[in-house]
Design a protein around this ligand. Structure first.
Ligand code: IPM
Ligand code: MG
Length: 360
C-alpha cells in the first residue's frame, strides 16, 4: 500500500444496492473521522446501470479499479435476471471473486439479543467457504463453461477441487479458529464424491496437523444441514467447499435471525471485498425501507481485515466499534428497520447506528 490512504472502491449494484451502499459509506465516513483512518472513496457502475451505458454489467474499467483498490464494498446485484453472458450479463460478484482470487468467503452468523431467531439456542459460528472452484460452472474450467449438453436432453457439469485451494481455505479456517473457540468442523460428501471431496478432506487433515490445539470434527453436508437446525451452538468455524458453503451459510444466517443480517467478506492474498449475503431485493428499491446492517457489518469485517494488511490497528478498532454499535442498534426495538419489526427506514436506521458508534 503506497500512500497512508486506504482506497475503497464502492460498487452500489442493483435494487436496494444504492441505498444500502450509501448507508455503508455514511458509516465508514463517520468512523474515518472518529478513528483517523485516511479512507478515500471511489465508485464504479456495475449491474443494470453499467449494462445501459456500457453494454455489460461488469466492465474491464471497473475490474481494474477493483484491482487497484485496497478494499471493495460491493452492493447486491440482480444477477439472476441479467441477460446471457453473450449479451453482457456478467456476474460482478463471481467475476471479482475469480479475477482477484478472493478465495475465502467468510460468513459469520450469530444470534443477537432482541432478534427473534428460529434457532432454539444462542450461537456464534463462521462459515469459511472456498470461493474459487467446486461445482461453479463459471470457474471450474480454464477455458469454456464447466457445464455442457452433449444432447438437448443431457446436461453435464464438472466439479473442480484442487489441493492448492483446499489447503489454503483450510489454513484460513484453522487460523480463524485460533482466534475464536478453537473448533473446526470440516463439511464434505466424501462418501459419494470419493475423489473430489476425498481430496478436500485429505488437505484439511494435512493442515489440521499444524494446529494441535484446534478440535476438529468432520460432517457430511446432509447431516450438517440437519445438525445446524438441531444445535448450531455446537459450531465455531465450519470449513467447506464452494457450493456446500453457499447453502449452509444461508441456512446459518436464517437460523440466526435472517439473511438480511448476513454479513460477509470475500478475501484473497491482496484484496478484501465486503458483500452482504442477501440479494438486491428489487421490489424494495428506492423505498428507504431496506435494512443496511448486512453490508455495514461486511464493511466492518473489511476494516478488521485491512488492519492486519496495513499495519493500522485503528482500522480494527473502527470495525469492532461498528459491530458493537450494530448490535446495540438492532437490540433496541425503537431503532430497527421493518424486517426486524421496527419502524425505521434505511436512512433513519443509519443515523441511529452512527449515534451509537463510540471509540471503544
Ligand atoms: C452468494 C450468492 C452467489 C453464489 C450467486 C449470486 C452466484 O448466492 O454469494 O452466496 O452462489 O456464490
Ligand atoms: Mg448464496
Amino acid at each position: 500500500m503506497a500512500s497512508d490512504r486506504i482506497n475503497l472502491l464502492v460498487l452500489e449494484g442493483d435494487g436496494i444496492g444504492p441505498e444500502i451502499t450509501q448507508a455503508t459509506v455514511d458509516v465508514l465516513r463517520h468512523v474515518d473521522g472518529l478513528f483517523g483512518l485516511g479512507l478515500a472513496f471511489t465508485s464504479g457502475d456495475i449491474g443494470f446501470t453499467s449494462l445501459k451505458t456500457d453494454g455489460t454489467t461488469f466492465t474491464k474499467r471497473v475490474l481494474e479499479a477493483a484491482r487497484a483498490a485496497d478494499g471493495i464494498v460491493l452492493g447486491p446485484v440482480s444477477h439472476n435476471v441479467y441477460p446471457p453472458v453473450s449479451e453482457g450479463g456478467l456476474n460482478p460478484s463471481g467475476e471479482l471473486r475469480k479475477t482477484l482470487d478472493l478465495f475465502a468467503n467468510i460468513r459469520p452468523s450469530r444470534t443477537r439479543d432482541g432478534v427473534e431467531a428460529p434457532s432454539r439456542k444462542a450461537f456464534d459460528l463462521v462459515v469459511v467457504r472456498e470461493n474459487t472452484e467446486g461445482f461453479y460452472a463459471d470457474r471450474s474450467m480454464f477455458m469454456g463453461p464447466g457445464e455442457f449438453m452433449p444432447t438437448p436432453d443431457v446436461a453435464l457439469a464438472i466439479r473442480k477441487i484442487t489441493r492448492h485451494a483446499s489447503l489454503r481455505i483450510a489454513r484460513e479456517a484453522f487460523d480463524l479458529a485460533m482466534t475464536r473457540r478453537r473448533k473446526v468442523c470440516v463439511v464434505h460428501k466424501a462418501n459419494v464424491l470419493r475423489l473430489s471431496d476425498g481430496l478436500f478432506l485429505e488437505a484439511t487433515r494435512d493442515i489440521a496437523k499444524a494446529y494441535p490445539d484446534v478440535e476438529v470434527e468432520e460432517q457430511l453436508v446432509d447431516a450438517m444441514a440437519a445438525l445446524l437446525v438441531r444445535d448450531a451452538s455446537r459450531y465455531d468455524v465450519i470449513v467447506t467447499t464452494n457450493m456446500y458453503g453457499d447453502i449452509l451459510s444461508d441456512e446459518a444466517a436464517e437460523l440466526a435471525g435472517g439473511l438480511g443480517l448476513g454479513a460477509s467478506l470475500n478475501a484473497g492474498e491482496h484484496h478484501g471485498l465486503a458483500q452482504a449475503a442477501h440479494g438486491s431485493a428489487p421490489t424494495l428499491a428506492g423505498l428507504d425501507t431496506a435494512n443496511p446492517a448486512a453490508l455495514i457489518g461486511s464493511a466492518a469485517m473489511l476494516l478488521i481485515w485491512l488492519a492486519a494488511r496495513t499495519g493500522r490497528p485503528e482500522c480494527a478498532d473502527a470495525g469492532r466499534a461498528m459491530e458493537l454499535a450494530l448490535d446495540r442498534t438492532i437490540a433496541n426495538p425503537a431503532t430497527r428497520t421493518g424486517d426486524l419489526g421496527g419502524a425505521l427506514g434505511t436512512k433513519a436506521f443509519t443515523q441511529a447506528l452512527i449515534g451509537e458508534i463510540r471509540r471503544v
